[in-house]
Design a protein. Structure first.
Lengths: 213, 213
DNA sequence: TGCAAATGTGAGGATTGCTCATGTTTGAAA
DNA sequence: TTTCAAACATGAGCAATCCTCACATTTGCA
């Protein structure tokens, strides 16, 4: 994560990467840029975020910004990547030790609550996942992320149902995970009360599929 | 639909409406604009659609375009509105006559197939619903559409389970519908084979919730 | 026929993502 | 310590694009 090559996207493809910051000085500046972008997204949404404003708030020139991020998407992408890395660790921890149906029920239920909480609390994550779905590269990041997350679920299912068709389990886990994210996005875009209800229904449906009646 | 006031959106709100075409001449021109926009979206996606190109292909000036559509979103919105009106009629027809569990099972299953077919076949619908989710006004249109569609499902459920809590049925129907749309969007963005599998799993999960095991 | 309203036009204003020629700083080899 | 190439920093300005507006034309009706 730290010091990884900063790259960007165009037409859903990875664009020509920019120099990764190698000196301490520039690494700090990149952090400031990301922090400024994050703050601006939280305030007005990623669509309204202006590159000039990001540079100004970070106290760098527009040229420096483009030295490390090939385009606007790349900044959003970098922020999104951090969130996904964070949540992935959390998911691995929650599902890694599950070994029976009751454990899965508890772990999954808790995981949904945590995820929902994250969606509710993090304006940046909220904006990126619910708003900037238009960006192909971001959609692909989310898809890849979703597949990775679903794999934890798949692994648990394979453990619990060793006789079932592995491909079918994969499909099921992937769909359940994607539906979860769709439910979250929906839940935060309606009122709080209705959102809670929707998440609860999702949880029930998913658990029925995962551990049976 | 025909002759209704063409209006647009900004920040998710309806913007100052433009004149609705009152003369035959202009009505035909508006049709040409919409057709041009539709073709361009089918070719390159709504993001790459340029207003100047729409005007040129429709054989009108850029000024005329903006005479009837307050902004770019309004054109996409107008196209989306037509699709939703179309599909809503189809849903009403499919679910209107259902009176027992077996009928619901058949009707719902058929409906999912039809919807999936639509998503696969219509590049414009595909682009608008899977790509332009970033636009708040479009999200709201989809939400409103989804609620309207879910109501048909709610009505059926209330008929089949008169003793159940109506609010719970509404939530369930809404979520199932939204999950269906999410599944479609997902299904068309992965390979055909995997997409088919995902839709099949969705169908099974939804039916289990709707008509029981 | 006269005329007001509706319609049509396209050059250009305004915004904004992004480039690039140029200058400065850094770290390490000589 | 000196040197110098690579890394870093700058911001005026380019290019793309959405949209406006002052003005011209057409239409429908009294």
């Amino acid at each position: 994560m730290e010091g990884s090559t900063v790259s960007g996207s165009q037409d859903g493809q990875i664009a020509s990467p920019r120099r990764a910051p190698s000196q301490q000085r520039s690494r700090e500046r990149v952090e400031r840029m990301l922090a400024a972008a994050s703050a601006l997204i939280a305030e007005q949404g990623s669509d309204a975020m202006r590159m000039g404003e990001v540079a100004e708030r970070a106290g760098v020139s527009i040229g420096s910004l483009y030295q490390f991020f090939p385009d606007k998407r790349a900044i959003i992408w970098a922020l999104a990547e951090r969130y996904t890395a964070e949540s992935q660790a959390c998911i691995a921890a929650a599902l890694g030790e599950v070994s029976d149906a009751e454990g899965l029920r508890r772990a999954f239920s808790e995981l949904v609550d945590i995820y929902y909480g994250l969606f509710l609390a993090e304006p940046v994550m909220r904006d990126i996942w619910s708003g900037t779905q238009a960006d192909k590269a971001l959609r692909e990041l989310e898809l890849a992320d979703s597949r990775a997350n679903a794999e934890f679920l798949t692994a648990v299912l394979k453990r619990l149902r060793p006789t079932a068709d592995p491909a079918a389990l994969e499909t099921t886990a992937f769909l359940i995970w994607q539906m979860g994210e769709a439910t979250m996005r929906l839940a935060i875009s309606v009122g709080r009360k209705e959102g809670d209800d929707l998440v609860a229904v999702y949880k029930r449906m998913a658990l029925r599929e995962l551990v049976g009646e």
